[in-house]
Design a protein around this ligand. Structure first.
Ligand code: ATP
Ligand code: MG
Length: 221
């Protein structure tokens, strides 16, 4: 499903070059539930940006479903990202002025789908995440766990084959974090969605089928 070959990422900060990813090769099969762990600053979020087509590697090749990614067409990249990948972040990143329902529908708005269909699909996702009673609420009227459920619904609304989650339980208490992890496990088990979870929490990582550790820009075993 995913194949990264010798991915490097170097940032230029003024005259200084910072090598953040130093040759990452990683294959992820369809249906995997993978935890990426590693110390702060080891490059986990940077790797997620590469896997999610949010940034271009400095060198190396990346394939999604056998298709080699070419980075020269922004529109194609956005479209691929929109169709195949759902993102979940520690800070939810919901739009503050929109209701839960409208936040869920955002990826479909970018696809140019009809409003009635967007509402219908978004409602179905809120139902799946047991959030129908909060459909009309704005983010600041919901708890962290509820906001993260809305963010997961938004990640799922476009039927992605891959979910990338960067510290999805990082801002939540243990119990709520476990509930969010249970949602990911169910999605993986029952719908076969490939999920990559970046986490600091060994208890969360232990619930994934596979773990990879990043250290100073490299995968270590
Ligand atoms: N846009 C950028 N420009 C320059 N340096 C960057 C940039 N993004 C990340 N870095 C550097 O890359 C290194 C890895 O950052 P990254 O955010 O990937 O770490 P992380 O493993 O996700 O850490 P954390 O667990 O704290 O989230 C850090 O030293 C960071 O300062
Ligand atoms: Mg990070």
């Amino acid at each position: 499903m995913l194949k990264a070959v010798d991915i490097h990422k170097t940032y230029n900060v003024g005259p200084t070059k910072i090598d953040v990813l130093k040759g990452i090769s990683l294959e992820v099969e369809r249906g995997e539930l993978l935890a990426v762990v590693g110390a702060s600053g080891s490059g986990k979020s940077t790797l997620m940006h590469m896997l999610g087509l949010l940034e271009q590697p400095t060198s190396g090749d990346y394939y999604i479903e056998g298709e080699k990614i070419s980075y020269d067409n922004d529109q194609e990249l956005s479209s691929l990202r929109n169709r195949k990948i759902g993102f979940v972040f520690q800070q939810y990143y919901l739009l503050p002025r929109l209701t839960a329902l409208d936040n869920v529908g955002i990826p479909l708005v970018y696809r140019g789908m009809k409003d009635t269909e967007i509402k219908e699909r978004s409602m179905a996702l809120l139902k799946k995440l047991e959030m129908t009673d909060r459909a009309g609420h704005k983010p600041d009227e919901m708890s962290g766990g509820q906001q993260q459920r809305v963010a997961i619904a938004r990640a799922l609304v476009g039927n992605p084959s891959l979910i990338l989650a960067d510290e999805p339980t990082g801002a939540l208490d243990t119990h709520t974090g476990q509930e969010i992890m249970n949602i990911f496990r169910n999605l993986n088990e029952e719908e076969g969605i490939t999920i990559i979870v970046i986490t600091h929490d060994p208890k969360i990582a232990a619930q994934c089928k596979r773990r990879e550790e990043l250290s100073d820009g490299l995968i270590v075993k």
